[in-house]
Write a protein that binds this ligand. Structure first.
Ligand SMILES: Cc1cc2nc3c(=O)[nH]c(=O)nc-3n(C[C@H](O)[C@H](O)[C@H](O)COP(=O)(O)OP(=O)(O)OC[C@H]3O[C@@H](n4cnc5c(N)ncnc54)[C@H](O)[C@@H]3O)c2cc1C
Length: 465
């Protein structure tokens, strides 16, 4: 009796080639999702409204030292960002030698420059005794770090933490602090929110726990891509089979038919099996989606706010700070905002340029002026505080993230009560539409948060196709 021949079948490989995915936005999150999907065999097309890729990552390549106007630096725990850089052969520079210079900032309040020695006993210092040595920018996170109920960053989305979904202001007052202290410790050069009253302390607990988780990894340092962080976006874009379609501003999304369709302001339209939308909600709220999104997610799109921030890059004609023997870095309560010197890890003592970080109400005031007036006002403010800087500052670049129609601000910030209201709804797919973007990240912030969200959207597509 003979045996039937053994027939071997090839492993069945499900080809995804015919599954088209449209990605709206070529920032880090959209590009990361696009690369993961393409590797998995999907046909991917990316539409970008701007004339460049990178979104909120913007390296000023024309300025010495390549300062960043957007995503600036990252920690050693940014696993996806580091892995992506390694994969594309992008060298990462360790900024450790620059950190001591970065921390050194001249404090200026009410027009007076206050030295480090004067600060602990200065009348404007309203911090409790144990904290009087800290500069205003360090008090909040130091104090919160000792009182943070989150053991891991992602716990901010746990229901049992929603009791902390109150404003930073209310939290401070409950801890027994005065409005004066809130102004000094939080409202001055505000990083998250417009005032301590419109931002949830639970979000800041997430920010704080994320920073702590980075430090726990043992390397308290900052990294930057050689040639600028924009290279990470550019290399991800180059790696895709099809070129990114630039100048494609999506104006509407139609999910009512078998295939999903988007229309652009230039009259073109594109269809696909699924769409991933990476747009910040400040932009998405101006785009029509049919059928409409309802409930808490719709509320999130309408009401999640974006940080106001403008960046001014200045080149010093001479090292004017040598004349007044103070650090070029400043932390002020004026239009000058916060000034940080741009330095290289290889020669940290040398200053290539200065960047003014202009946030919250400062950015809002500047956005009401025309660009020339805004820049002049900031320079005048610096010159008033530092007479040695007079006529020494050359303008190299200026960028308002709020006035940019494709970002309408910077990182999303959650108002009191919003995490409870729609935190868990924000990234839920709507029919054939999926969401990514830093605002939808749960465990990571900034650039790593953007990649985390792109990865989540990728897994959602894998699950449903
Ligand atoms: C000043 C500044 C400093 C920062 N510093 C840090 C830092 O030190 N560390 C850190 O980790 N992160 C930092 N960040 C944050 C980080 O840069 C962002 O979190 C991240 O780049 C966001 O990526 P994203 O893909 O979510 O969004 P985006 O980069 O905003 O991507 C969205 C894309 O969609 C495009 N788009 C918008 N509208 C449309 C439309 N209608 N049609 C088609 N395309 C459209 C946009 O042009 C953009 O390319 C900083 C950001 C700024 C601005």
């Amino acid at each position: 009796m003979g045996y039937a021949p053994i027939v071997t079948f090839p492993n069945i490989i499900k080809s995804k080639e015919s599954t088209e995915i449209l990605i709206i936005g070529a920032g880090l999150s959209g590009l990361y999702a696009a690369n993961l999907l393409e590797e998995e065999g999907y046909k991917v097309r990316v539409l970008e409204a701007d004339k460049r890729v990178g979104g909120r990552v913007l390296t000023q390549k024309g300025i010495p030292g390549y300062p960043e106007s957007g995503g600036t630096a990252f920690g050693s725990g940014y696993a996806r960002v580091i892995d992506t850089a390694n994969r594309f052969g992008i060298n990462l520079i360790d900024l450790k030698p620059v950190i001591p210079y970065f921390r050194e900032r001249m404090l200026s309040l009410g027009g007076e420059i206050i030295s480090k020695e004067e600060w602990p006993n200065h009348p404007s210092n309203v911090f409790p005794n144990d904290y009087r040595n800290l500069p205003p920018n360090a008090f909040f996170h130091t104090f919160l770090g000792g009182n943070n109920p989150l053991k891991a960053p992602q716990e901010w989305m746990n229901e049992d933490q929603f009791i902390h979904d109150i404003s930073v202001h209310e939290w401070f007052i409950k801890k027994g602090f005065s409005d004066e202290l809130v102004d000094l410790a939080y409202n001055l050069n505000i990083t998250h929110g417009y005032t301590a009253k419109d931002v949830s302390v639970l979000m800041l607990m997430f920010v704080n726990a994320f920073a702590a988780s980075q430090s726990r990894l043992g390397f308290q340092t900052s990294l930057v891509a050689e040639g600028g962080n924009i290279r990470i976006a550019e290399e991800m874009a180059k790696n895709l089979k099809d070129e990114i379609l630039l100048n494609k501003e999506v104006t509407s999304i139609d999910l009512s038919n078998d295939s999903a369709k988007v229309s652009c302001s230039d009259g073109t339209s594109y269809s696909a099996n699924r769409i991933i939308c990476s747009l910040p909600f400040s932009v998405l709220k101006g785009i029509s989606i049919y059928p409409k999104i309802n409930g808490p997610q719709s509320e999130a799109i309408k009401s999640l706010k974006s940080q106001k921030i403008n960046m001014l890059h200045l080149i010093p004609k001479t090292p004017f700070w040598e004349k007044d023997e103070m650090s070029p870095n400043m932390y002020t309560d004026e239009l000058a905002g916060m000034i940080i010197s741009q330095r290289q890890a290889s020669s940290p003592e040398k200053v290539d340029s200065l960047t003014a970080w202009l946030r919250g109400p400062i950015a809002e005031r500047l956005d009401l002026m025309d660009q020339k007036e805004a820049i002049e006002s900031v320079i005048k403010s610096i010159e008033r505080l530092r007479p040695s800087a007079r006529d020494q500052l050359e303008v190299a670049a200026y960028h308002s993230w709020s006035l940019n129609p494709y970002s309408k601000g910077d990182w999303a910030y959650w108002g009191p009560g919003q995490i409870k209201e729609f935190g868990r709804e924000i990234s839920k797919p709507h029919l054939k539409l999926h969401f990514c973007g830093e605002h939808t990240a749960i465990a990571n912030r900034g650039m790593e948060g953007a990649l985390e969200s792109g990865e989540r959207a990728f897994f959602e597509i894998l699950d449903v196709t």
